[in-house]
Write a protein that binds this ligand. Sequence first.
Ligand SMILES: NC(=O)c1ccc[n+]([C@@H]2O[C@H](COP(=O)([O-])OP(=O)(O)OC[C@H]3O[C@@H](n4cnc5c(N)ncnc54)[C@H](O)[C@@H]3O)[C@@H](O)[C@H]2O)c1
Length: 316
Amino acid sequence: METVLVTGGAGFIGSHLAECLLKKGKRVVVVDNLDSYYDPAQKKNNIKILEAYPGFKFYKQDIRDFNGLARVFERHKIDKIAHLAAKCGVRASLQNPKEYEEVNVGGTLNLLELAKAHKVKCFVFGSSSSVYGVRTKAPFKEEDLVDKPISPYAASKRSAELFCYVYATLYKLNVICLRFFTVYGPRGRPDMAPYKFTQLILAGEPITRYGDGSSKRDYTYVSDIVAGVEAALQKQLGFEIINLGNSTPVTLNEFIATLERVTGKRAKIVEQPMPKADVPLTCADITKAKRLLNFKPTTSLDKGLKLFVEWYTKNK
Ligand SMILES: NC(=O)c1ccc[n+]([C@@H]2O[C@H](COP(=O)([O-])OP(=O)(O)OC[C@H]3O[C@@H](n4cnc5c(N)ncnc54)[C@H](O)[C@@H]3O)[C@@H](O)[C@H]2O)c1
């Protein structure tokens, strides 16, 4: 039976991935330091869900600590790695760039070293659409030049991709960097618009809309992303970068209108200028994901937000 290491498995996407793998009978080892970027209680709840499965093992472990990580690899024969642990948040990365570099680049390098030493079959890295920076030409393609990130977070993800390339090339490690596009859904991140807006709209409080609402995001439902990660874990392709997105960007105004329909409540809107590190548009070209991973996102924003709001009202 295969053992998959899911770093960041206490978090939003990682806990969904871990649950899917466990349901399929895999052994899953999670390392996560329960970072306090958002309430660790939410992550502890995620761990509780995973503890229901016999093949699950959790280590509260910081990926910056090489020796601690090495001990996990000594205890378990790790076949594959889904590396999703990261300091998240584009705006927050401006406040604390050093920590973003240490975790997102240094932590990734630790895992690549261990993947090399233990000859793991494949290493899937959770990268981000933010590496594309500011662009107006859509959709974004994997071969587009990505040398102008506009936040420390984006720069850290791009740097980690480059280290992935180095390890794939020098040591013949099979690495797939998946560029996720604005992921949302149950257990979602409280710092992201779907969660924040739902919370405020349901409480009758104003939401902050940055800019005039014309910025566009390619919102992608978490189970579609997880299907893409699971497919990537089945592949040994040398080195690849693959977009995982919905390929249907919506404006912030359309997003708010959809959430109003789903919650049955009007949003009170306060306008603020666009933060410096926010890009105006994201839009994934998913031709490569379709070809290599048979990736087919099936969840519309309307349906995905309904599922999210249902989860939110039950759990909060
Ligand atoms: N959610 C999105 O829209 C999105 C978009 C693009 C990329 N990503 C990437 O996907 C991955 C998962 O994101 P998420 O949205 O589930 O975020 P998340 O914050 O819920 O999950 C990340 C997890 O990493 C853990 N972590 C942070 N620092 C750590 C450290 N030093 N050692 C060990 N664990 C640590 C956190 O505790 C958290 O549980 C991240 O790599 C993120 O950058 C997410």
